[in-house]
Design a binder for this molecule. Structure first.
Ligand code: CA
Length: 200
């Protein structure tokens, strides 16, 4: 009887150890897959920039694809190119629509960077929705300015929640509701003058 119990215990421990080993292997395999993130992940968006920029951008897009798939679909629909730049802004009128990204944004946390991609994709969505509906030159207020910024900010906040961003980032984004952070010279419109003043 004693031997039997011992045998059972051994069998159980062997089984348990093998299950645990399988779990460890799975974790290691996943970790290796994650290590290869830039090569294992592919996106239809053309990424233009140095290696660090490309890695950060791929990581942000991959996070969106995994944790916020509907946002990712919106992003790949309305952004064709993500380009390293001196400051951040959405050139929705370019072909393909290009999100230009400054160093401060590209080097922020992956969750924050990802949320800005959603924000700027939404600007491009507003631009292209207008173009598709009215088939005429898109007025600035259709996709920039206070009303547009608030819509893009709400999309960004929802994305931050979806990708489980740190609470501080969600709180910060919420604190921007009703503010004109984008109007750096305070004239009520968003244009190249504000872009000149941007450091993000
Ligand atoms: Ca302005």
């Amino acid at each position: 009887m004693k031997h039997f119990v011992l045998l059972l215990t051994t069998l159980f421990l062997t089984y348990y150890a093998s299950v645990e080993m399988a779990a460890v292997h799975a974790i290691k395999n996943n970790a290796q897959k994650n290590d290869q993130s830039p090569s294992a992940f592919s996106t239809p968006i053309h990424i233009s920039g140095d290696k660090t920029f490309t890695n950060h951008t791929n990581a942000a897009l991959k996070l969106l694809k995994n944790k916020a798939p509907s946002d990712y679909t919106m992003v790949i629909t309305y952004i064709g190119k993500i380009q390293q730049h001196t400051f951040s802004g959405m050139a929705a009128y370019e072909t393909p629509p290009a999100y230009k990204v400054g160093a401060i944004t590209a080097n922020a946390s992956v969750t924050w960077y990802a949320s800005t991609i959603v924000h700027d994709a939404y600007h491009s969505k507003l631009y292209h929705d207008y173009l598709y509906t009215y088939k005429e030159a898109v007025p600035d207020e259709a996709w920039t300015g206070m009303e547009a910024e608030m819509k893009c900010l709400e999309a960004q906040i929802q994305a931050l929640i979806q990708i489980k961003a740190p609470k501080a980032e969600i709180d910060y984004a919420r604190s921007l509701r009703g503010t004109n952070w984008w109007d750096l010279n305070g004239d009520g419109i968003y244009d190249a003058e504000d872009e000149k003043l941007r450091d993000w």
